[in-house]
Ligand binder design. Structure first.
Ligand code: MLT
Length: 421
């Protein structure tokens, strides 16, 4: 019988079984094989934390921000309201919203010197590392708001980041396509402004398409937080060393850039295009997935947490349909996507493995219909996730119990070895 003692109490790990060779199973190997290492409050802030921001129920698929159902927020609130909710814990009153919006509008401009920062990158630089580098560099332009002790300065860093990230993202895009930058137009809201700075041209009128702006606002809401995912836990880990908000969010953007995290939506699009090019079609593709043939990989299905249909995916699926129709886009890739989903939802192989469409499955199709190139997809994810990162960083900093992150390891290397010179 093994009992693990830790500061919070005792954990009964059950009876160990003797191995074939007669020796007992080590606690370390038992912990690692049973997964108990994740229940590790004795090592606070290593792989675990408490949080009051986003609730996910793995079985029921309920997802709430600060207690409010995400589906209702997506239908009734704007991205800026949801950002306020995540960061401050409550939906803003009309005057709080007006003040918050006004404060953000005052900070959308980038310092003129900052524009030259973009010149240092190659012409075809991917906008995601440019975004991350620029957020890190913000700390050098605004050293006053890098303080992690001064509440006023944290407020300022929060607002600066929310205001400037869309400008930086639009400039990273303009740079990558060799087009001139546009100054922000603060008569527009955050999402409209971003669309204009991305797709507009200086001295030319740009009418923001309300269908586009509404859909992007909704997508940002759905991506705004997702508790301790790879990028968010990176933001918390970096911040736990008391790195400032710019540095921590910059690290989070890097974490998001990987194909298994923020890059998954572009991988879905590539998979759909591949199916479209192939003579086989979706049914044969799914058979190959089942039979593990030809190295095919099913992207955009399944999730580490959900054991059911990702609630965000249900909303995004409907949006994909509406926006493609609203924009008059007839994308045959949507037909392929719908067929893949239909097969997965009716086939025991996929049902048993809980392979339901996740948030990434339809987003790439929507971004494409909006006119974004694939390399902007992760950037769009970062724009949506920003308020979640800020909220998580602030929550951690406000918690007096927070210790510097120190991930655990189970040593598996050589024991003692004689040094023979
Ligand atoms: C996310 O939204 O961050 C993704 O679903 C990944 C995750 O939660 O692990």
């Amino acid at each position: 019988q093994i009992t693990l003692n830790y500061p919070g109490g005792e954990l009964d790990l059950g009876v160990t079984r003797a191995t074939e060779g007669g020796s007992g199973v080590s606690v370390a190997s038992l912990l690692s094989t049973t997964g108990y290492v994740t229940l590790d409050p004795g090592f606070t802030n290593t792989a675990s934390c408490t949080s009051a921001i986003t609730y996910i129920d793995g079985d029921q698929g309920i997802l709430r921000y600060r207690g409010y159902p995400i589906a209702e927020l997506a239908g009734k609130s704007s991205f800026i309201e949801v950002s306020y909710l995540l960061i401050y814990g409550e939906l803003p009153t009309p005057s709080q919203l007006e003040d918050f919006t006004h404060r953000i509008q005052r900070h959308t401009l980038l310092h003129e010197d900052f524009k030259r920062f973009f010149d240092g990158f190659p012409r075809d630089a991917h906008p995601m590392p440019v975004l991350s580098a620029a957020v890190s560099a913000l700390g050098t332009f605004y050293p006053d708001s890098t303080s992690i002790r001064d509440h006023e300065q944290i407020e300022l860093a929060t607002v600066r980041l929310l205001a400037k990230l869309p400008t930086i993202a639009a400039y990273a895009y303009k740079k990558s396509v060799g087009q001139p930058f546009l100054y922000p137009d603060n008569s527009l809201d955050l999402v409209e402004n971003f669309l204009r700075m991305t797709f507009g041209f200086p001295a030319e009128p740009y009418d923001v398409d309300p269908v586009l702006a509404k859909a992007l606002d909704l997508l940002f809401i759905l991506h705004a937080d997702h508790e301790q995912n790879c990028s968010t836990s990176t933001v918390r880990l970096v911040g736990s060393g008391q790195a400032n908000l710019f540095a921590s969010v910059s690290a989070g953007i890097h974490a998001l850039s990987g194909p298994l995290h923020g890059g998954a939506n572009s991988a879905v699009l590539e998979m759909l295009e591949e199916i479209q090019r192939s003579p086989d079609g979706p049914d044969t593709f799914m058979n190959k997935v089942k039979n593990k043939e030809g190295g095919v990989r099913l992207m955009g299905f399944g999730h580490r947490v959900y054991k059911n249909y990702d609630p965000r995916a249900a909303i995004i699926k409907k949006t994909a349909d509406d926006i493609l129709r609203g924009l008059g886009v007839n994308d045959p890739l949507l037909e392929i996507a719908l067929r893949l989903e239909e097969i997965a939802l009716n086939d025991d192989y996929f049902i048993e493995r809980k392979l339901y469409p996740n948030v990434d499955f339809y987003t790439g199709l929507i971004y494409k219909a909006m006119g974004f190139p694939t390399k902007m997809f992760t950037v769009l994810f970062a724009l949506g996730r920003l308020p979640g990162w800020i909220a998580q960083w602030r929550e951690m900093m406000e918690d007096k119990q927070t210790k510097i992150g120190r991930p655990r390891q189970i040593y598996i290397g050589a024991t003692e070895r004689p040094y023979l010179g």
